[in-house]
Design a protein around this ligand. Structure first.
Ligand code: SF4
Length: 342
């Protein structure tokens, strides 16, 4: 940070949002890559960013993972890991046809949405997916029933929908949307299609909901909120939006180097939180940087405790067992989650 003198002595408190950072799906995806690097024949390929965070990807790359955009960059019969965001069946079919060893790191909560799409498609529904069309998760989910799925991102999109039978419509949602925006979309869908069906509750995952709830609380107590996350991280971008809707200026930063001193000018309290794919060491670095310049104390506001964990894919567990390794013992070693890049 430069030009620190302009804001020094003004900032009194750093308020950390909680929960923040890694969710169970991201934890699992990183565990999968790290364990695969230990027990699978090399090279090990990962299709797309395993999670949307450059620091995580670089740490895994340094351990030997090869990141590719598409399967045609993977040699026949090699090992490939699918990212936490999920894949369309066409990708899975291609991997099978090519004889690739597949390890699927799709978050179980994304898989749940895929299964709902398959069920509604089988029952003859047109399916409205509330989400962002260019996000990896939405691309993967759309692949389950491309002929009968439509993406909307906004209530205004609802009027433009043209479905074959307005009485046979279902909706699903991306897992990392804004809770409030999604509610508006679903209400608009219900107005247009009174017989629309959907999951018992929307598919926005627990981690997204908890991080947004924390931001709503923290935003009410600070003058500005810094959200640490990647520019292509859906859930991190939503945290910025949630804060701004509450009237609190908010900025998305990849790490401490992105902090602009003018954002903090005149601020007595700054909030800090992190998206679900952001490692905690980046939060620590931001707090250290702020405290290096200011004399602020640190307080955490935790709205809920999380204890969600997902198991590893069976095929990987079996390979680890054969190799005499287990996820539990491996976790004692440094991981991409705990390592700070040099
Ligand atoms: S943000 Fe939610 S859906 Fe996405 S990986 Fe994490 S737990 Fe799974």
């Amino acid at each position: 940070m430069t030009n620190a003198a302009a804001t020094a002595m003004r900032l009194q408190e750093i308020v950390l949002g909680g929960p923040r950072g890694f969710c169970a799906g991201v934890d699992r995806a990183i565990d999968i890559v790290e364990l695969a690097l230990e027990v699978c024949p090399h090279p090990v390929y990962v299709r797309k960013e395993i999670v949307h965070n450059r620091h995580v990807v670089e740490a895994l790359r340094a351990k030997g993972a090869h990141f590719v955009d598409e399967l045609d960059e993977v040699p026949d019969e090699a090992t490939v890991i699918f990212s936490a965001h999920g894949i369309s069946p066409a990708v899975r079919d291609e991997a099978e046809r090519r004889g690739l060893r597949v390890i699927d790191a799709t978050c179980p909560l994304v898989t749940k949405v895929h299964l709902e799409a398959i069920r509604y498609a089988r029952e003859g529904y047109s399916i409205i997916l509330v989400g962002h069309a260019d996000h990896d998760e939405v691309v993967g989910t759309m692949g389950e029933a491309p002929d009968r799925m439509f993406v909307i991102a906004d209530p205004a999109d609802v009027d433009r929908l043209a479905v074959p039978d307005p009485d046979k419509v279902a909706y699903l949602t991306q897992t990392t949307l804004s809770v409030d925006d999604t509610r508006d979309c679903i209400e608009a869908l219900r107005r247009r299609f009174p017989k629309i069906v959907g999951p018992a509750k929307d598919d926005i995952c627990y981690a997204t909901q908890n991080r947004q709830a924390a931001v709503k609380t923290v935003a009410g107590e600070v003058d500005v909120l810094l959200v640490i996350g990647a520019a292509n991280s859906s859930n991190a971008n939503r945290l910025v939006e949630v804060s701004r809707v509450k009237g609190t200026p908010s900025y998305l930063i990849a790490d401490k180097n992105d902090i602009q001193p003018e954002w903090l000018e005149g601020a007595a309290r700054v909030g800090v939180t992190a998206g679900a794919s952001t490692p905690e060491f980046l939060v620590s670095e931001v707090v250290e940087e702020l405290r290096r310049v200011h004399t602020a104390k640190v307080r955490e506001v935790r709205v809920v405790d999380e204890d969600v964990r997902f198991g590893l894919p069976r095929e990987l567990e079996d390979m680890a067992k054969s190799a005499g390794k287990s996820a539990a013992t491996r976790r004692d070693a440094p991981t991409a989650k705990s390592e700070s890049p040099a």
